[in-house]
Each structure stands twice: as C-alpha cells, then as structure tokens.
Design a protein around this ligand. Structure first.
Ligand SMILES: NC(=O)c1ccc[n+]([C@@H]2O[C@H](COP(=O)([O-])OP(=O)(O)OC[C@H]3O[C@@H](n4cnc5c(N)ncnc54)[C@H](OP(=O)(O)O)[C@@H]3O)[C@@H](O)[C@H]2O)c1
Length: 335
C-alpha cells in the first residue's frame, strides 16, 4: 500500500518535509498548495510534483480526491482552519506543532477527524526519533526509577524581523507556542497532564513572548520546568530525573543524537542519531521521516490516530499552554 501525500504551504519546514518523504519507499508526493500559483509551481518543480498537483490555493488541494494525506505546514494561526479544510475534503492530516492556538481549536480538530473517520496527528516529530524511542523504553523499563522531574529548554536569538511569523501575534508567534511546546510536550510524554501550571515571561514590543518559563506540578510530587526563548541562546537540553538517576537529552533536545544515562554512579552514553533509520544506516538530514513512517504504520493497522502522540494528549498539551499563556498575558487576535 502506497500513500499519496500533499503539502499545504511552501515555507521552511514544508521543504524539509518534502525531502523527508523522498526517504520512504511507500510514499509519493503528488500535490502542493500555496496561496500563490508561482510558489506552488516552483515547489512542484523542485520536488518533482506532477504539474496537475501544483495548486495556487489550499481549497484546490482539499478538492483533490487523489491525495490520501495532507501535511499542514502553515503558521500556527492557520492550523485549525487548514486541518478542518482538508478533513472536510476527506483527507487525513498530519498537522505541524503547536497543534493549534488553544485547546478549544484542538478539540474541534479532533472531533472533526473522529466524526469523519479520518487520520489526524500532531507532527511532534521528536517523539519518533531514535533517542526519544529509547528514552521511552528506558523509562518504561525502570532505568531511572520513578520519574520525579523533567527539565528542558529550547531557545535561540531570532533577529528582529516584524515580518517573520515568530513576531506576529496574528500568526500565533512567540517563544512559548513555537519552541516551548517541545519541552512541554516532553514533560507530558513522561508525566502526563500537570495538575498545576504557572508561568513567567516577558512580552516583547511585537506583543508576543520573548522568553517564558513554565513550571508544572503533579499531585504525586513530580515537577516539570520548561523554558523557551527567542532572545537568548539557551542550552537546548533536557534532563529526566528519577529516584535512581537521570537521563540527559543533549543539544538539541528536540532532535538529539544521543542520550546520557546516569544511574547508581554509572554513566552510559548511547549513540542514537536522529537521522538513523531503525537499526540500519544513517540517512542524510534531520529525521522528519520517522513520524511519516509511523503515520503509515498506524494506517496499515487500521488506526486513525497515533499511540505515541494521541489526539487527547495533543489537546491536553494545548491546555497546559493555555494556562501558561494566561499566566504571562499572551493573547492572539480573537483567542
Ligand atoms: N517540525 C519542526 O521542526 C518545525 C520547524 C519549523 C517550524 N515548524 C512549524 O511549522 C509551521 C510552519 O513553520 P515554517 O518555519 O515553515 O514557517 P514559514 O517558513 O513562514 O512557512 C509557512 C508557510 O505557510 C503558508 N501560509 C499559509 N497561510 C499563511 C499566512 N496567512 N501567512 C503566512 N504564511 C502562510 C505559506 O506558504 P504559501 O505562501 O505557499 O501559502 C508559508 O510559506 C509552524 O507551525 C511552525 O511552528 C515546525
């Protein structure tokens, strides 16, 4: 069974994703949609998309009955609108992170996918990388005992550019949603939805957060600290601490190439390159293809959502981000 993909958007990550699709044998990239016919044409030319699949509007892609799955690579502000558009067109959707602007939008997307019996997943690609797979195995196997703390940060200095989506409230910009979602999602993966969430952060001149820290508390005593910044070069690492030791996710915590496991005085370094294909050889580039393989496996198994990033968890992550946003006074137009 081969899967026919379309891509909605022609920006930075859409290009990375198109490259990733070329690594999988059971996959064809048959369509792209852009707001501009010229950009669709250029993207189609670059990635060998048939001319009839190069659309100058997102609505045209939604009407293409020859597309099984659409990857939504538009700005955060448009994830809901575009996901609903393609679901209502009868196509499954892999939607970029953050899944939506808030939990209300996310719940609507999930309800629509379930009503229509179509596949939907948040493109939280980190979870499918070899290091994250091993991390879950180690924790489930009790390697560090009971996890009581998750700390992680992700941040880089972005040059001031009011035209960039990161600085635009109307596009759902800011450090928390774009970068903070990774450490918040890591904590969710290991500890579940927090019982209490507090946040501290600063809104910049553009009206979105420059830097935010989220502190989550759990009734069993566990804590999680997630930091995100678009003003400073953070360490971009993660640390999972349990009753017997801890596991470090080195730079970059969203796509690490190794894990460092320290338990009972013993330190072990596990090499797990993000671009490695299972036990096989390393591929060139980032590793975005692992999530696509998972989508295909789930569909072949007759499943309409992921068991690694379940839809209810994507909604719950948005609830955590909603509380953090309220804590720092971050709002987007109408949300
Ligand atoms: N997984 C990852 O590692 C990763 C990395 C970066 C970003 N992301 C996520 O992916 C999404 C896209 O990020 P990006 O860095 O690729 O952004 P980008 O380079 O700005 O591209 C976004 C694309 O969305 C399309 N779009 C549709 N409606 C738009 C609108 N109203 N305003 C602006 N663009 C619009 C545009 O394509 P057309 O002009 O062709 O319509 C644009 O090229 C974001 O949600 C981001 O959080 C994920």
């Amino acid at each position: 069974m081969s899967f026919r993909w379309g891509i909605a958007g022609t920006g930075s990550i859409a290009n990375g994703f198109a490259h990733a699709l070329t690594r999988l044998p059971d996959t064809s990239l048959v369509a792209v949609a852009s707001r501009s016919p010229e950009k669709a044409e250029a993207f189609g030319e670059k990635f060998g998309i048939p001319e009839e699949g190069r659309y100058g509007s997102y609505e045209q892609l939604a009407a293409d009955g020859g597309v099984d799955l659409v990857y939504v690579a538009s700005p955060n502000s448009h994830h809901r609108e575009h996901t609903l558009l393609f679901l209502n067109g009868g196509q499954g959707v892999l939607c970029e992170k953050p899944f939506a602007l808030d939990a209300g939008q996310a719940a609507e997307m999930v309800a629509t996918a379930r009503e229509r019996g179509l596949f939907l997943m948040e493109a939280m690609w980190s979870r499918f990388l070899p290091a994250y797979v091993r991390l879950r195995e180690l924790v489930a196997g009790g390697a560090v005992g009971t996890v009581l703390s998750v700390e992680a940060d992700l941040g880089f200095p972005f040059p001031d550019d009011p035209a960039h989506r990161m600085f635009a409230p109307a596009l759902g910009g800011g450090a928390l949603l774009d970068l903070g979602v990774y450490p918040v999602s890591l904590a969710s993966m290991l500890l579940g939805e927090p019982d209490r969430v507090e946040a501290s952060g600063k809104l910049g001149a553009a009206g979105v957060d420059d830097q935010t820290a989220v502190l989550s508390g759990y009734d069993n005593g566990a804590v999680a600290i997630a930091k995100a910044s678009m003003r400073s070069q953070l360490a971009c690492t993660g640390r999972i601490t349990g009753t017997y030791g801890h596991i470090e996710l080195p730079f970059l915590m969203r796509c690490p190439d190794e894990l460092v496991v320290r338990t009972r005085g013993v330190t072990e370094r596990l090499s797990l390159p993000a671009a490695r294909d299972g036990d096989g050889e390393e591929t060139v580039g980032g590793g975005l293809h692992h999530q696509v393989r998972h989508v295909h496996e789930r569909l072949r198994a007759g499943r309409l959502e992921s068991d690694v990033i379940p839809l209810d968890e994507s909604v719950s992550i948005m609830r955590t981000l909603d509380t953090a946003r309220a804590g720092i006074g971050l709002s987007f137009p109408g949300r």
